[in-house]
Design a protein around this ligand. Structure first.
Ligand SMILES: NC(=O)c1ccc[n+]([C@@H]2O[C@H](COP(=O)([O-])OP(=O)(O)OC[C@H]3O[C@@H](n4cnc5c(N)ncnc54)[C@H](OP(=O)(O)O)[C@@H]3O)[C@@H](O)[C@H]2O)c1
Length: 291
């Protein structure tokens, strides 16, 4: 380890989960939270709580931040009496945000002489520190190398994704879009199952068997978008339009929410009217691409 001490700013559900792996690894751990009572369980584990954020920052060379949003983080860290304390230290920002916020953070850090990485946590608090826990970090490679061993305490799938400060946040957004898209699609499916009185446990079994089809569709879609080649012999957009229209009608007839399926149908119809009828499903990406 390069760092023997670390300070955590933010002890919400995720922020508090980041702390124990560092205590268990024997680092000297300082914690700060607006509502200081949340520090008590961590103090019992060996952390030192500071009520004053300046004292918390002074305690360590490595600072890990995990707050609700960048506005809260900026309100704390950009204070005139705080920024001079950060000079020469390393700060890893795990608050969720976008690429522009990470870029602004990196620029601010450069101005004040702070080593800065921006990251994203791609799992739940109970998984932090475990081999399967995935986190993403981006920023200057030298900064990453200086704290990679410490960062890997947070999860076996801690991944450095390059020097651009916003890369981790962009990947986070893409993965979360998949997470929400699939989870809302699952809720749509559950509503249909309930309306038609089919046991959701049967769906769980069927879904396991269907997973390879979904995964091969993702793979084919990524390749097609990358190569901008939507030709194929499996199923045309026209056939998909009939299939998606059928799903929409089924949901309407069952009297369940169908806004999501109406969106699917709209995307496929736009691809059709843009002349992609003979192409495969990934051709609908043309509806989404930046103009
Ligand atoms: N929970 C997850 O599963 C998960 C997964 C991946 C990423 N994340 C990300 O992790 C970050 C924290 O999430 P969380 O689940 O820990 O949220 P949370 O439980 O709601 O905690 C929010 C934290 O932000 C602090 N905070 C909010 N506004 C503040 C302000 N104006 N000044 C000072 N502190 C302020 C809170 O302090 P108080 O305790 O005083 O309110 C608390 O420490 C978010 O960006 C979230 O997207 C969470």
């Amino acid at each position: 380890m390069t760092h023997s001490n670390v300070t955590f700013i933010g002890l919400g559900q995720m922020g508090a989960a980041l702390v124990p792996p560092f205590i268990q690894a024997g680092l000297q751990v300082t914690v700060w939270n607006r509502s200081i009572a949340k520090a008590e369980p961590l103090e019992a584990m060996g952390a030192t709580a500071q009520a004053n954020i300046a004292d918390a920052i002074n305690a360590s060379d490595l600072i890990i931040v995990c707050l609700s949003d960048y506005a809260s983080s900026n309100a704390l860290l950009l204070q005139a009496q705080i920024t001079p304390l950060l000079k020469g230290k390393t700060l890893v920002q795990f608050t969720t945000g976008d690429a522009r916020q990470a870029q602004a953070g990196a620029q601010w850090a450069e101005e004040i002489g702070l080593n800065y990485l921006d990251g994203a946590i791609m799992d739940y608090p109970t998984k932090v520190g475990r081999p399967e826990c995935m986190l993403l970090v981006s920023g200057p490679e030298a900064v990453w190398n200086s704290c990679a061993n410490e960062m890997r305490l947070l999860g076996g799938r801690m991944t450095y994704v390059g020097a651009k400060p916003g890369s981790a946040n962009v990947l986070d957004g893409s993965l979360l879009t998949m997470y929400y898209g699939n989870t809302f699609a699952l809720m749509q499916s559950a509503a249909m199952l309930q309306a038609e009185q089919v046991d959701i446990k049967d769906f769980a079994t069927a879904l396991q068997a269907f997973k390879p089809v979904i995964e091969s569709t993702w793979k084919r879609t990524i390749e097609a978008i990358d190569q901008q080649n939507y030709a194929g012999q499996e199923a045309s957009i026209y056939v998909h339009s009939l299939g998606v229209q059928s799903l929409l009608e089924r949901a309407k007839n069952a009297g369940v929410e169908h806004g999501l399926l109406a969106l699917f149908s709209g995307y496929v119809d736009r691809a059709l009217s843009n002349g992609h009828g003979a192409d495969e499903l990934p051709a609908a990406y043309e509806v989404f691409r930046p103009q």
